[in-house]
Design a protein around this ligand. Structure first.
Ligand SMILES: [Zn+2]
Length: 397
């Protein structure tokens, strides 16, 4: 199996930024002119990179004389690296991708790298890829592996919190019986937190997303599978064995479609991104032969295409039928929709809203705000960053 690293959209910018971070890390405080001399980068490249780093809060700039220019009578602005007290690594494992990110304890992402590969069927290769992606992300950030204090990962499968192993039923058929935290601990030699992807999504939304002030929220990862991460009373709720939130396998009335779990009529057998894409191909490319690959526009551009919006709205109403029961049980303040299908935005959210209003008790329906994520596909990654920071800042040294 080949893991193809995705070329970073702004590889040159990331390199410049890594060079600057490295030179500041080595020298402490430098003027822009000195950075230019030490790195061989043009003054304008240094200037725009410094502006980026200032915007991100990674450096500060003062007008006191920089050491090497002092005494020449010129007051040069001095750029200093702001050091967060620890660095963490975070991983988002999807079914077909792995992303690694290096962040500091303020949650600022300093570098990241993604590879597309078959995560479900090749656990060994995935762990190897995770190590190489971590090194790429560290290179982009201008840091080394030995500077990392802790790491965390979200995995797209059922994880038994009593034993830490992946369990069936799970899409990760080749991972069953594996202990991802122990494997990652062996690879990186640091404390590790692991959770399922929907749980990480809920954490990410609470820490960095639209759920920032919300203590009772449900994050729905609507992708190949459909799972919910539950944050209740300000805490992640995992259940007795860690497998709460498997809403993708709640049965719908009047649906007989077979699900990969062996039952019929499960939510994800009719409203997964795979099913929605299949129907979108049907309405957007009616001439396509069965099995033919059709490039669809991104889901967030389909709100104004009536037939497509109808397909997405229908998936929303179906998911909302199940969420209405969850709303009746849990009375959350917010439901945040993420995952690939979550990128569809308004038509999906309106469909969900319609069913929640129709099927949940009026008082609980009224109390819940239903929104699409604003973190794109990064809720899970930000959740892993939050989990890693928790490990880094609470463990005893
Ligand atoms: Zn099922």
């Amino acid at each position: 199996m080949t893991a193809l690293a995705t070329p970073a959209p702004s590889a040159r910018r990331l390199r410049t930024r890594a060079t600057l971070l490295a030179v500041l890390s080595e020298h402490g405080t430098l003027s822009r002119a000195e950075i230019s001399r030490l790195t061989g980068l043009s003054r304008s490249a240094v200037s725009s990179a410094v502006t980026d780093l200032l915007d991100e809060g990674l450096v500060s700039e003062t007008t006191s004389p920089a050491p090497a220019t002092a005494g020449r009578g010129r007051r040069a602005a001095a750029v200093t690296l702001r050091r967060a007290h620890a660095l963490v690594l975070a991983f988002d494992f999807g079914h077909t991708h792995v992303t690694a990110a290096v962040a500091d304890t303020t949650g600022t992402v300093l570098g990241e790298a993604t590879a597309h590969l078959d995560v479900d069927n090749h656990p060994r290769e995935v762990l190897d890829a995770a190590e190489s992606l971590a090194r790429q992300a560290l290179d982009a950030a201008g840091h080394r592996l030995d500077e990392i204090t802790a790491l965390a990962a979200g995995i797209p499968g059922a994880l038994d919190t009593r034993t830490n192993v992946v369990r069936a039923p799970s899409t990760l058929s080749q991972w069953i019986g594996m202990d991802p935290a122990a494997e990652l601990g062996r690879v990186f030699g640091r404390p590790v937190a692991v959770g399922n992807d929907a749980e990480m999504g809920a954490r990410g939304e609470r820490a960095y997303g639209t759920g920032h002030t919300v203590n009772d929220l449900v994050y729905v990862k609507a992708s190949t599978g459909i799972g919910a991460g539950l944050l209740l009373d300000g805490r992640i709720y995992r259940g007795a064995s860690g497998i709460s939130g498997e809403i993708g396998h709640i049965q719908l009335p009047d649906t007989g479609t077979w699900c990969r779990c062996g039952n019929r009529g499960c939510l994800e057998s009719v409203a997964s991104i795979v099913e929605v894409r299949r129907r979108l191909v049907h309405v957007l490319a009616p001439g396509a032969r069965p099995g033919e690959t059709v490039d669809l526009p991104p889901l967030d551009r389909l709100a104004d295409v009536p037939a497509a919006a109808r397909v997405i709205g229908e998936a929303g109403r179906t998911i909302g039928r199940v969420l209405a029961d969850l709303v009746n049980c849990l009375n959350p303040a917010a439901i945040i929709i993420g995952g690939e299908l979550g990128q569809a935005g308004d038509p999906l959210v309106h469909g969900i809203r319609e069913s929640v209003d129709r099927y949940a008790q009026p008082a609980v329906a009224e109390a819940v705000d239903i929104r699409a994520t604003r973190l794109g596909l990064r809720s899970e990654l930000y959740g892993a960053i939050d989990a890693a920071i928790t490990v880094a800042t609470t463990r005893t040294h």
